[in-house]
Design a binder for this molecule. Structure first.
Ligand code: AMP
Length: 114
C-alpha cells in the first residue's frame, strides 16, 4: 500500500536498520525501542491487522515465528527470555496497520502488560 510506512520500509523507500530479510518477511529494529532488543518482523504482504489473516496465510504466520525464533537466538535473548506481541486495533495500541510481530528482550518484563 502506497501510504503504509512499513510497505515503504520493505521497498527501501525509507531507511530502517534491517536485521533479516527473505522473500516473505523483513525484520528491522524498532525506531522507538521499549527494551534493549526490540525488533519488528513484518510480512512483505500488506495485511492490516491479525483479523485480516486468512487460511492462505498459515504458512506465512508460521514463518514469522520461525524468524522470531532465529532472531532471538542470534540476539542472545533466547535463554534469558523475550516477549512476542501482535497488537490488534485501538485498545491494544496498534499504531501501524500492517501486521508486525514485536520481539522484545534484554530486560525483565512485567505482567500483566500496561
Ligand atoms: P504497534 O503499536 O504495535 O502498531 O507498533 C508500531 C511500532 O512501529 C512502534 O513500536 C513504533 O515505534 C514502530 N515504528 C513506527 N515507525 C517506524 C519506523 N519508521 N521504523 C521502525 N519502527 C517504526
Amino acid at each position: 500500500m502506497s501510504d503504509c510506512i512499513f510497505c515503504k520500509i520493505i521497498k527501501k523507500e525509507i531507511p530502517a536498520k534491517i536485521v533479516y530479510e527473505d522473500d516473505k518477511v523483513v525484520a528491522f529494529e524498532d525506531v522507538n525501542p521499549q527494551a534493549p532488543v526490540h525488533i519488528l518482523i513484518v510480512p512483505i504482504k500488506h495485511i492490516p491487522t491479525i483479523l485480516d489473516i486468512t487460511q492462505d496465510d498459515n504458512a506465512l504466520i508460521g514463518h514469522i515465528f520461525m524468524v522470531a525464533n532465529n532472531i532471538a537466538k542470534n540476539k542472545g535473548i533466547s535463554g534469558s527470555g523475550f516477549r512476542t506481541v501482535f497488537n490488534c486495533n485501538k485498545d491494544a495500541g496498534q499504531a501501524v496497520y500492517h501486521i508486525h510481530l514485536h520481539i522484545l528482550g534484554g530486560r525483565r518484563m512485567a505482567w500483566p502488560p500496561g
